[in-house]
Design a protein around this ligand. Sequence first.
Ligand code: KG4
Ligand code: ZN
Length: 352
Amino acid sequence: MSYAERIALRLTQAQGRKDIRILAIESSCDETSAAVLCGRQVQSLVIASQVETHALYGGVVPEIASRAHVEAMTGAVAQALEQAKTQPDDLDAVAVTYGPGLVGALLCGVSYAKGFAYRYGLPLVPVHHIEGHISAAYIAHPELEPPFIALVVSGGHSHLVRVSDYGCHEILGRTRDDAAGEAFDKAARVLGLPYPGGPTIDKLAQQGDDRALLLPKARQDGYNYSFSGLKTALLQAVARAQKQGVQLSDADVAASFRRAVVDQLIDKAELALRDTGLKKLVLAGGVACNSLLRSRANEAAQRCGARVFLPPPVLCTDNAAMIGCAGYYRYLKGCFADMTLNAVPSVSLPKG
Ligand code: KG4
Ligand code: ZN
C-alpha cells in the first residue's frame, strides 16, 4: 500500500473517535521536545533544553541548535512514547512545528516527523508555532473554549490575537520591532546578565524600585507594540550614570525595565478586551512566565469583568505538548500535510 492509502485507512479507522493519540514534535529554536497527547490531555512531555550551551555565547547559535536537535530528537521521542506507554502503532497522527523559527532547527523536527509518519503510516499534521503557544492554555484549562483574546509574548514574537474559534485567528496588533522576550534578553545583556535574560530580570526586579529609572512610553499605535526605544533608553541611562560616576542598582534598572515592558503589554491587552467585549484573556509564550505580567493581567481582567487563563511556566516556554494540542484541533479539521512538507522560517499565523 502507498503512504496515501495507509493514512486513508488510518483516518477511516479513527473516524468518530475523540481519543485521538498524537505524537508531537517541537524544534523551532533551542528546545528539542516530544510529547504524546490523547485529545487535549498530555500523556507525556519531554524537553531537552539547549539553554546552557547557548548561554556560553550570549544567545542562540543557529548551527549549534540544529546539531543539538539532531542529537536529542530520537531519544526525546523514544522517552515520550515510553512515558506514555504508547507504541507507534497506537498513534493516530504525528504533529510537528513547521514554522516560524530557525530554519535548520525546524528542519530537524520536520524531517524526523516525516520519516516517522512514513514509517508507521501516520497522517502528518503541520502546526504553526504561535498557534501552539496559544493552545497551551487549552491543556492547562480543560474548560477553556474560544472566543478569547490571546497575548502571545515570546523571544521571537509579540502578538495580540483574537481567537474566534479553534485555529481561527485575527492578529489585532504586533510588535513593530523587537519581541518582548528579545527586549528582556537585550536589557539583560546591557546589565551583563546571562542569557536568557527574561527570568533573571524578573527575579532581580523583585528587589528593585520600578520608578528609579524614567523610561519613555511608546507612542500611541493602536494595538501595536514597540520595545526597541526602551532598550535604547536603558542603554543611554546606564552609559550616562557610568559617565557621571553614579552607581545604578541592577535591581532598580531591572524593575524599571520590567515595569515599562509590562505596562505596554497590559495596556494593549486591556484595550482589546474592552473594544471586543470578550471576557477571556489567554497569556502565552515564554514571557508569560513573568511574575509581574501574570499579576497585572489578573488585575486588568478584573477591571474588565474578564477572566485570565495562565498556563504554568513549563507550558509557556517552548514545548511539544502545546504543538500536540494545536495538532489535535488541526486533525479534527482534516488539516494534513504530505511528504513535501518543508520548514518555513517566516510564516504568518493561519486565519482559519
Ligand atoms: O516561548 P519561548 O520559550 O521561545 C520562543 O518561542 O521565543 O520564549 C523564550 C523567551 C526568552 O526571551 C526569555 O527571556 C523569555 O521568554 N522569558 C521571560 C521569562 N521567562 C522566559 N521573560 C520575562 N520574564 C520571565 N520570567
Ligand atoms: Zn516559542
